[in-house]
Design a protein. Structure first.
Lengths: 113, 112
């Protein structure tokens, strides 16, 4: 299994509070991604990173920010959580090149009350 | 734009039945194609992949062939087991970037 961990694995928070989710990899892969998974929507890309301090937006980036100060860590921040951000969040990594698959972390279940 | 469409679920089959989950893609070039599987409470795991036309990916009895002429990558298994119950995702990686595109997933339940 690819070395990807996510923390926390579960979190319950209240509307308006800031939340940070962490993704940590031990594979030294260049690319890291944050997705959210919701019933009926499959996986939707929030943000991704193609190197340290290099990030770009995905299709559902509003309300989220990211940071990558080290190759191994990719942080997802909800500045002011809303109930619509209740979801399961997955981190993924991949190496460079067009043939490389993504490896996924175990997920973080976030509930915003 | 680039996208993936897969058949709606849920799908319920009896053990040892034949499985097909349809997947088609839209791409401007020649993407790599993937099938992922997600078991309850877990992240996605790569099931198989194909990187060029006519390639066949296979793993654990599952197969899918990259068909450029029909822009399809259908997943098949000849005899499903209860342990195959999961959600299956089709995905593409365009040859011009590193952003993956996923289908919405197909839930499979296999009953004894």
């Amino acid at each position: 299994d690819a070395g990807i961990t996510q923390s926390p694995r579960h979190k319950v928070t209240e509307t308006g509070t800031p939340v940070t989710l962490r993704c940590h990899q031990t594979e030294n892969h260049r690319y890291m991604y944050w997705y959210r998974q919701d019933p009926g929507h499959g996986l939707r890309l929030i943000h991704y990173s193609y190197g340290v301090k290099d990030t770009d937006k995905g299709e559902v980036s509003d309300g989220y920010s990211v940071s990558r100060s080290k190759t191994e860590d990719f942080l997802l921040t909800l500045e002011s959580a809303t109930s619509s951000q209740t979801s399961v969040y997955f981190c993924a990594i991949s190496g460079a090149g067009t043939y490389n698959e993504q490896f996924f972390g175990p997920g973080t279940r976030l509930t915003v009350l | 734009g680039d996208s993936v469409t897969q058949m709606e679920g849920p799908v319920t089959l009896s053990e040892e039945a034949f499985l097909t989950i349809n997947c088609t893609y839209t791409a401007t070039g020649y993407p790599s194609l993937f099938w992922y599987v997600q078991y309850p409470g877990e992240g996605l795991q790569l099931l198989l992949k194909a990187t060029k036309a006519d390639d066949k990916g296979s793993n654990k009895g599952f197969e899918a062939t990259y068909r450029k002429e029909t822009t399809s990558f259908h997943l098949e298994k000849g005899s499903v087991q209860v342990s195959d119950s999961a959600v299956y995702f089709c995905a593409q990686l365009p040859n011009t970037g590193n952003q993956f595109y996923f289908g919405t997933g197909t839930s499979l339940t296999v009953i004894p």
